[in-house]
Design a protein around this ligand. Structure first.
Ligand code: CAP
Length: 458
């Protein structure tokens, strides 16, 4: 029996396989000089048994073969079915492992010489495997409850990523956060902010806790701080989390944890989600090295987001679907839907999460009050966490006005109001046009004439 006969079976259907296999959809292009179907067979063989030469004394059963059940030379679409028995489960508690999952789906097959392009775009998990993952233990409902909002659809949490990204001393960080909190709800550390010499955590955390308390006292509203606990070592992550919990003990419910989940990897995110009964945000800095739309290798941002829900992230950076400044487009909407619904359609598979708790989208990267309404229109709701950086701290009147302008932008969209009319009664939103003039010129070309009474120095 040759490779193709053993590892390709186009008569199998998804209903035959879906309950007992992980299904995976790839776009594959063979390297120059290689035939499509033979390459698919080698790919399937490598995905399971891990070698291409015949193994005359192979002891294991064919039931463990990874099978290609769809292979379309015209589009490059290849779907593989991985028997569940191939995946690794913990000795300690029987839980499933994302490292094992990635190892099989995007491991050494990424390096095969006979393959030019190979990208994983979607996957489907059967209930038995899905339920062996943690999923989130804490959801956005915890934040909505803390903020005194409806716990099922509490609307946009107005958040900011602390800017500038690096260099502020503890007093500067606390002051920036305090000024944002006067108008907004949540402040998140930027992804490289940690325990640098210019801002040691031991000094920063108490000042940040004091700033949050002052903002709460002054506004009469609850506030949230998402502290970056990313480290190479779980013990170091625990130490940072404990220091933060100690500093924020006077304001229960105000603390969340941020993990650079792509860079620190599945162990770091899983550790935080399992061991800290708090809201955990998965940041994805660096992900485009693997997920970029311009890359024909690796896996997509959709796949990355889906595995973050499996690992238990309460909130996941999902991108801005082309409305911010990062790569992406309007068609990325399923990324945000996949993590926030119980049944959701991906590019190739419908996934039933069988009641696994949902993750909230964290929307960040170039969003400001002018860009936000179009983003909301594309998404169709505002039940997520906004984490604007430049859009908050780049406001011409500072971060309090920046926060208010973002809240007003949501209100403008919810009311389906005309932005120019809305700006006449909402000064911070109006001043966003001046703050982000380039965006205003593109999104609202007539703004200079329409808002001229509101412009300063005239
Ligand atoms: C945003 C940000 C965020 C990324 C995350 C940055 O700053 O702090 O980390 O946007 O992107 O450093 O770029 P701005 P994503 O708000 O000033 O753009 O959510 O797409 O992973």
């Amino acid at each position: 029996m040759d490779h193709a006969d053993r590892f390709i079976n186009l008569s199998l259907t998804e209903p035959d396989l879906a309950a007992t296999h992980v299904l995976a959809a790839y776009i594959l292009k063979p390297a120059e000089g290689h035939d499509f179907l033979n390459t698919v067979a080698s790919f399937a063989a490598e995905s399971g048994r891990g070698t291409q030469v015949p193994l005359p004394h192979e002891p294991i059963s064919r039931a463990l073969d990874v099978i290609a059940y769809q292979a379309e030379p015209s589009t490059g679409l290849v779907k593989l079915a991985f028997p569940l028995a191939l995946f690794d489960f913990n000795m300690s508690d029987g839980k499933a492992s994302i490292t094992s999952f990635l190892n099989l789906l995007v491991g050494n097959t990424q390096s095969m010489g006979e393959i030019a392009d190979l990208k994983l775009h979607d996957f489907h998990l059967p209930q038995s495997y899905l339920s062996a993952f943690n999923g989130p233990q804490v959801t956005i409902a915890r934040h909505w409850q803390h903020l005194g909002r409806d716990e099922t659809a509490g609307g946009m949490i107005v958040g900011a990523i602390l800017k500038p990204k690096l260099g502020l001393r503890p007093e500067g960080l606390a002051d920036a956060a305090y000024r944002f909190w006067l108008g907004g709800d949540l402040v998140e550390n930027d992804q490289p902010q940690g325990n640098q010499s210019f801002a040691p955590l031991a000094d920063t955390l108490p000042l940040m806790a004091d700033a949050l308390k002052r903002a709460q006292d002054e506004t009469g509203k609850a506030k949230i701080f998402s502290v970056n606990i990313t480290a190479d070592d779980p013990n170091e992550m625990d130490m940072r989390a404990e220091a933060a919990l100690e500093a924020f003990k006077a304001t229960p419910g105000s603390l969340a944890f941020h993990v650079d989940a792509y860079l620190a990897g599945p162990m770091a995110l899983t550790h935080a989600c399992r061991d800290l009964p708090h809201f955990v945000s998965a940041h994805r800095a660096g992900h485009a090295a693997v997920t970029s739309q311009r890359s024909n290798r690796g896996y997509s941002a959709f796949v990355l987001t889906k595995i973050n829900r499996l690992m238990g992230a309460s909130g996941i950076h999902t991108g801005t679907m082309g409305f911010g400044r990062m790569e992406g487009d309007e068609a990325d909407r399923p990324i945000a839907c996949m993590i926030a619904q119980n049944v959701a359609q991906g590019p190739y598979f419908e996934q039933n999460w069988h009641g696994m708790l949902r993750s909230a989208a964290i929307v960040s990267g170039g969003i400001n009050a002018l860009r936000l309404p179009s983003f909301l229109q594309n998404l169709g709701h505002s039940n997520f966490i906004l984490a604007a950086g430049g859009g908050a701290f780049g406001h011409i009147d500072g971060p309090t006005a920046g926060a208010l302008s973002l809240r007003q932008a949501e209100a403008c969209w919810l009311a389906r109001a005309d932005p120019f009319d809305f700006a006449k009664t909402h000064p911070e939103f109006a001043r966003a046009f001046l703050s982000f003039e380039q965006d205003a010129d593109i999104i609202h070309p007539g703004w200079r004439a329409a808002l001229s009474p509101e412009k300063p120095n005239q």
